[in-house]
Design a protein around this ligand. Structure first.
Ligand code: ME8
Length: 636
């Protein structure tokens, strides 16, 4: 198909809580899909959920639901997030779709008939949690190298995909197609892996009694397909049953995180080779977001919730931040301070102010109508028009940050242009009327280019800006056709754009003193919180859930209790709550502690944190949770 662009995200495990990492990959795909549509290319953008596997099955059982009902419910979490983030996917695939299952079975049968799949006796270390086998070499101390859980030795017959046959062909493919795995470092990683490891055959079945929630092997109903074999095929199956036009394969870009590079670069590529199908044109493995240096995980409780960020800061701000902050491909560390910094500096100051000043001046000097310029500002015209080719090339390489740099050069230029030309001075004299018309026209025309180029990154606000300028719908423009200087035209009545990016006020509102922290006898019940702190200051305080494992009164004190708690790690905390709680009442409770407080000695006993409690005239009440949460979860 001429000018086609087929882009995919991983299909996310349906039982995961969607977090900022999932949002990252999907927004990246959305930016590319939107940009390519604007360039007049035919786009198919696919995302979805990975729904098979024993973990999902067990979670359904625990929730008292059938696996089907359970996954129906869970996949809505992802669909909702994509709506909130303005994701424009063309199709949403679920691996439990009938259409998908039929195609997986058809491909399995084809491979089996060709002799690419054989049955063998197999012995290996099996990790039930990860649903995968490991070799003797991988397993240290009988623990899974991936999740650290105990593995068990299993001997059974299974079906194998003869992946080893394709070792050399895969190496040649990667060597002959330099752009097929990106970034370059990831390509080298895969080549390095293939240089030092002989590719084995891949066990692609699980006995039905061990893994019931999967796609049955078409040639042996006693087995189901290994989840990855099922999942990877989504990229192809969706083109057949999720789209009218069935000619999308091969994909232009598979976007994945670096965690699943091997499954894509090795398993998927060799599966396609065995099927004699074309390989994807590009596999891009981006970096990993951490939360203040730590891996995000449900059990640690430090998962950055995109729903919350969208609610507080807006989808556009989050979309912008993710791609402005870190070069795509490298790892990034999330902090709210950095996000707010970007919003206030880049969006509210640079861009939002530029737009609101320009519209305000146009209203004041020309009743909101674009004037007839006296001259063409050649430098500004060249800069504005020239960006298109640059960002087209940069986005082809998925260099989002560099593309934003190019667009920001125009934002910066326009801000300087106002400062240098001072329209408010030009407006004072009849003699400079012509110049004022040129300056105001050029500003508005420059803003039109800004809205067009930034639209894929921040669709809502840039659609509003474009509508304010042209009364047109940006979603339907062809970028090549409209990126010519002068198309804004004179005598155009501009509209309202409102405040595009409100500044985030980092000053907390004063609160009446309510909470009290129970730490020492001196502090107890008397802490007044009257000083206003910055959100960044608050973010420094790490609050965590902690389960009380043991408690005893500190000798010589009638208030202090020494607690041994599990807060993700074991520690000792001394709390001044002895007048209100007996040690026995505390054991087993989940409380909230300040986890990063400098250790201090209270009556000679070291306290590695502080237990939170509220107080009133009747005494103290510990801060507890209204449902069970694992110890070590972050409290925000
Ligand atoms: O692996 N930083 O699904 P998954 C950046 N079902 N990206 C992150 C991230 C983080 N901290 N956490 C997750 C699976 N991601 C399989 C895929 S595809 C045929 C099957 C993103 O729910 C990133 O794209 O674990 C990563 O590759 C993906 O979510 C993993 O999603």
């Amino acid at each position: 198909m001429e000018g086609k662009f087929y882009i995919t995200t991983p299909i996310y495990y349906v039982n995961d809580v969607p977090h900022i990492g999932h949002a990252y990959t999907t927004v990246a795909a959305d930016i590319l899909a939107r940009f390519n549509r604007m360039m007049g290319r035919s786009v198919f953008f696919l995302t979805g959920t990975d729904e098979h596997g024993q973990k999902v099955f067990k979670a359904a059982q625990a929730a008292g639901l059938s696996a089907h009902d359970h996954t129906d419910k869970l996949c809505e979490n992802f669909k909702n997030l994509w709506t909130r983030l303005d994701i424009t996917h063309d199709a949403f695939i679920r691996t439990t779709d009938k259409g998908h299952i039929e195609i997986v079975q058809e491909l399995l049968q084809r491979l089996y008939d060709k002799g690419e799949i054989v049955k063998r006796r197999y012995e290996g270390w099996y990790c039930t949690h990860d649903e995968r086998f490991w070799t003797d070499k991988d397993v240290k101390d009988r623990n899974c190298p991936d999740c650290g859980r105990a593995v068990e030795k299993i001997e059974e017959e299974n079906y194998f995909f003869l992946m080893s046959k394709y070792h050399e062909a895969l190496v040649n493919h990667i060597k002959n197609n330099p752009g097929c795995i990106m970034p370059e470092s990831r390509r080298n990683e895969v080549l390095g892996f293939l240089r030092t490891n002989a590719l084995g055959d891949l066990c692609i079945s699980r006995p039905h009694q061990r893994l019931s929630w999967g796609v049955p092997m078409p040639f042996d109903k006693g087995y189901v397909t290994y989840v990855w074999f099922d999942a990877l095929i989504n990229y192809y199956s969706a083109t057949l049953y999720k789209s009218e036009n069935k000619a999308w394969w091969p994909a232009s870009v598979h976007l994945v995180g670096k965690d699943i590079l091997t499954t894509h670069a090795v398993f998927w590529s060799t599966m396609l080779m065995a099927l004699e199908m074309p390989l994807p044109e590009r596999l891009f493995a981006h970096g990993w977001w951490t939360m203040e240096g730590q891996k995000m995980s449900k059990s640690v409780g430090n998962v950055v919730d995109p729903f919350e960020l969208i609610q507080r800061f807006g989808a556009d701000a989050l979309r912008y931040f993710l791609f402005r902050e870190v070069p795509f491909g490298l790892d990034g560390d999330y902090s709210e301070g950095a996000l707010i910094g970007r919003i206030n500096t880049d969006l509210a100051n640079d861009l939002g102010n530029l737009a609101s000043r320009s519209f305000a001046m146009l209203n004041k000097y020309f009743d909101g109508k674009t004037p007839n310029p006296d001259a063409v500002e050649i430098e500004l015209k060249t800069l504005s028009e020239g960006i298109l080719l640059k960002i087209d090339a940069l986005l082809e390489e998925l260099a989002f940050q560099k593309a934003l740099d190019e667009i920001w050069a125009l934002v910066t230029y326009l801000n300087k242009y106002i400062d240098t030309n001072k329209p408010w001075v030009l407006a004072k004299s009849k003699e400079t009327e012509g110049k004022l018309r040129t300056v105001m026209y050029s500003l508005m025309e420059g803003l039109r280019f800004v809205s067009l180029y930034l639209y894929p990154f921040m669709p809502k606000s840039m659609a509003a800006l474009y509508r304010g300028l042209t009364d047109g719908d940006i979603a339907n423009v062809n970028l090549k056709a409209v990126s010519t200087w002068g198309l804004l035209g004179k005598d155009k009545q501009t509209g309202e754009i409102g405040q595009l990016f409100p500044r985030i006020d980092t000053e907390a509102k004063p609160q009446p003193p309510k909470a009290a922290a129970a730490t020492s006898e001196k502090d107890e019940g008397q802490m007044n919180i009257t000083d206003i702190i910055d959100i960044a200051d608050f973010a420094k305080v790490k609050l965590k859930t902690a389960r009380v494992l043991a408690a005893e009164a500190v000798k010589g004190s009638n208030k202090l209790i020494r607690l041994t708690v599990d807060s993700g790690e074991q520690r000792q905390v001394v709390a001044g709550i002895g007048k209100h709680y007996t040690p026995e009442q505390l054991v087993g409770k989940t409380v909230v502690i300040v986890a990063n407080l400098k250790p201090a000695k209270l009556m000679g006993v070291e306290s590695q944190g502080m237990v939170l409690a509220a107080s009133d005239s009747e005494g103290l009440a510990l801060i507890t949770l209204d449902r069970e949460i694992p110890p070590g979860a972050q409290v925000k």
